[in-house]
Unconditional design. Structure first.
Length: 166
Protein backbone atom coordinates (compact mmCIF):
# COMPACT_ATOMS: atom_id res chain seq x y z
CA UNK A 1 0.00 0.00 0.00
CA UNK A 2 1.35 3.45 -0.95
CA UNK A 3 1.82 6.23 1.56
CA UNK A 4 -0.88 8.93 1.71
CA UNK A 5 -0.24 12.44 0.40
CA UNK A 6 1.43 14.95 2.71
CA UNK A 7 -1.02 17.63 1.57
CA UNK A 8 -4.29 15.74 1.11
CA UNK A 9 -6.73 16.54 -1.69
CA UNK A 10 -9.88 18.20 -0.42
CA UNK A 11 -13.41 18.00 -1.77
CA UNK A 12 -15.65 20.97 -2.55
CA UNK A 13 -16.86 21.00 1.06
CA UNK A 14 -13.30 20.94 2.47
CA UNK A 15 -13.22 17.28 3.58
CA UNK A 16 -9.81 15.63 3.31
CA UNK A 17 -8.31 12.26 4.16
CA UNK A 18 -6.13 12.42 7.30
CA UNK A 19 -2.74 10.91 6.33
CA UNK A 20 -2.06 9.51 9.83
CA UNK A 21 -5.39 7.84 10.64
CA UNK A 22 -6.85 7.54 7.11
CA UNK A 23 -10.13 9.03 8.38
CA UNK A 24 -12.11 11.72 6.60
CA UNK A 25 -11.76 15.05 8.40
CA UNK A 26 -12.15 18.77 7.96
CA UNK A 27 -8.61 19.98 8.73
CA UNK A 28 -7.94 22.66 11.31
CA UNK A 29 -7.87 26.22 10.01
CA UNK A 30 -7.15 29.69 11.29
CA UNK A 31 -9.87 32.30 11.86
CA UNK A 32 -9.33 35.96 10.90
CA UNK A 33 -8.79 36.91 14.54
CA UNK A 34 -5.89 34.41 14.82
CA UNK A 35 -7.58 31.59 16.77
CA UNK A 36 -7.51 28.03 15.43
CA UNK A 37 -10.57 25.93 14.54
CA UNK A 38 -10.40 22.32 15.71
CA UNK A 39 -10.15 19.46 13.25
CA UNK A 40 -13.58 17.83 12.76
CA UNK A 41 -14.08 14.12 12.08
CA UNK A 42 -16.61 13.14 9.46
CA UNK A 43 -18.75 10.02 9.96
CA UNK A 44 -18.09 7.17 7.51
CA UNK A 45 -20.56 7.24 4.62
CA UNK A 46 -21.61 10.88 5.12
CA UNK A 47 -21.59 13.04 1.99
CA UNK A 48 -22.35 16.75 2.42
CA UNK A 49 -24.67 18.50 -0.03
CA UNK A 50 -21.76 20.33 -1.74
CA UNK A 51 -20.15 17.01 -2.71
CA UNK A 52 -23.28 15.33 -4.10
CA UNK A 53 -23.04 14.95 -7.87
CA UNK A 54 -25.91 15.43 -10.23
CA UNK A 55 -27.53 12.13 -11.20
CA UNK A 56 -26.77 10.99 -14.72
CA UNK A 57 -28.48 7.90 -16.14
CA UNK A 58 -26.49 5.27 -18.02
CA UNK A 59 -27.56 6.60 -21.42
CA UNK A 60 -26.77 10.18 -20.44
CA UNK A 61 -23.37 9.18 -19.10
CA UNK A 62 -22.64 7.25 -22.32
CA UNK A 63 -23.62 10.29 -24.42
CA UNK A 64 -21.30 12.49 -22.35
CA UNK A 65 -18.41 10.13 -23.04
CA UNK A 66 -19.01 9.97 -26.80
CA UNK A 67 -19.94 13.65 -27.29
CA UNK A 68 -18.00 15.70 -29.84
CA UNK A 69 -16.14 18.80 -28.70
CA UNK A 70 -18.13 22.03 -28.58
CA UNK A 71 -18.25 23.80 -31.94
CA UNK A 72 -17.33 20.67 -33.92
CA UNK A 73 -19.03 20.31 -37.30
CA UNK A 74 -19.68 16.74 -38.44
CA UNK A 75 -17.82 15.91 -41.64
CA UNK A 76 -15.60 19.01 -41.58
CA UNK A 77 -11.88 18.50 -41.84
CA UNK A 78 -9.31 21.28 -41.67
CA UNK A 79 -7.66 22.22 -44.98
CA UNK A 80 -4.30 20.58 -45.68
CA UNK A 81 -1.28 22.49 -44.44
CA UNK A 82 0.57 22.26 -47.76
CA UNK A 83 -0.72 24.45 -50.56
CA UNK A 84 -1.33 22.49 -53.73
CA UNK A 85 -2.09 23.80 -57.19
CA UNK A 86 -5.81 23.94 -57.88
CA UNK A 87 -6.92 21.39 -60.42
CA UNK A 88 -9.62 22.37 -62.86
CA UNK A 89 -10.28 18.79 -64.00
CA UNK A 90 -13.35 18.25 -61.80
CA UNK A 91 -14.80 21.74 -62.32
CA UNK A 92 -17.69 22.65 -64.54
CA UNK A 93 -17.35 25.25 -67.25
CA UNK A 94 -18.92 28.01 -65.15
CA UNK A 95 -16.78 27.09 -62.09
CA UNK A 96 -13.63 27.43 -64.21
CA UNK A 97 -14.81 30.83 -65.47
CA UNK A 98 -15.53 31.99 -61.91
CA UNK A 99 -12.07 30.82 -60.81
CA UNK A 100 -10.44 32.90 -63.55
CA UNK A 101 -12.48 35.93 -62.45
CA UNK A 102 -11.33 35.47 -58.86
CA UNK A 103 -7.69 35.32 -59.96
CA UNK A 104 -8.09 38.50 -62.04
CA UNK A 105 -9.69 40.33 -59.07
CA UNK A 106 -6.87 39.16 -56.82
CA UNK A 107 -4.21 40.33 -59.30
CA UNK A 108 -5.95 43.68 -59.70
CA UNK A 109 -6.12 44.10 -55.93
CA UNK A 110 -2.40 43.30 -55.61
CA UNK A 111 -1.58 45.94 -58.25
CA UNK A 112 -3.58 48.62 -56.42
CA UNK A 113 -1.81 47.79 -53.17
CA UNK A 114 1.58 48.30 -54.86
CA UNK A 115 0.50 51.75 -56.15
CA UNK A 116 -0.19 53.07 -52.63
CA UNK A 117 2.70 55.12 -51.28
CA UNK A 118 4.47 53.99 -48.13
CA UNK A 119 4.91 57.51 -46.81
CA UNK A 120 2.47 60.26 -47.78
CA UNK A 121 4.81 62.99 -46.52
CA UNK A 122 7.37 62.25 -49.24
CA UNK A 123 5.76 63.79 -52.34
CA UNK A 124 9.24 64.20 -53.86
CA UNK A 125 9.84 60.44 -54.27
CA UNK A 126 9.41 60.59 -58.04
CA UNK A 127 11.72 63.60 -58.29
CA UNK A 128 15.24 62.15 -58.42
CA UNK A 129 16.93 65.56 -58.59
CA UNK A 130 15.58 66.65 -55.20
CA UNK A 131 18.14 67.14 -52.44
CA UNK A 132 18.22 64.41 -49.79
CA UNK A 133 16.77 65.16 -46.37
CA UNK A 134 18.99 65.81 -43.38
CA UNK A 135 20.68 62.61 -42.22
CA UNK A 136 20.09 60.77 -45.51
CA UNK A 137 22.53 59.93 -48.26
CA UNK A 138 21.95 60.77 -51.89
CA UNK A 139 21.12 57.64 -53.90
CA UNK A 140 21.21 59.04 -57.41
CA UNK A 141 24.98 58.93 -57.71
CA UNK A 142 26.39 56.77 -60.51
CA UNK A 143 27.69 53.37 -59.41
CA UNK A 144 30.08 50.99 -61.05
CA UNK A 145 29.37 47.29 -61.39
CA UNK A 146 26.66 44.92 -62.48
CA UNK A 147 23.30 46.39 -63.55
CA UNK A 148 21.33 43.98 -61.37
CA UNK A 149 23.26 44.83 -58.23
CA UNK A 150 22.89 48.56 -59.00
CA UNK A 151 19.11 48.24 -59.20
CA UNK A 152 19.00 46.15 -56.02
CA UNK A 153 21.22 48.65 -54.22
CA UNK A 154 19.00 51.54 -55.34
CA UNK A 155 15.88 49.71 -54.16
CA UNK A 156 17.51 49.07 -50.81
CA UNK A 157 18.54 52.72 -50.51
CA UNK A 158 14.97 53.83 -51.29
CA UNK A 159 13.61 51.56 -48.59
CA UNK A 160 16.12 52.93 -46.10
CA UNK A 161 15.04 56.47 -46.92
CA UNK A 162 11.43 55.56 -46.23
CA UNK A 163 12.40 54.14 -42.85
CA UNK A 164 13.72 57.49 -41.60
CA UNK A 165 12.74 57.73 -37.92
CA UNK A 166 12.35 61.16 -36.37
Amino acid sequence: MSKPDIIPNTTASGIALDPRTLERVIPESRRPDGTVRKEKKIRPGFTPQEDVRRFRGTRQAQMDVTALPKGHIIGWTPPPSSTQAKSTAGMSKSAKKNEKRKEKRKDKKDETVEKVKDNWEDDDEEDETAAPAVGQKATNQPKAGNGKTDAAAEDLADKLQKLDVR
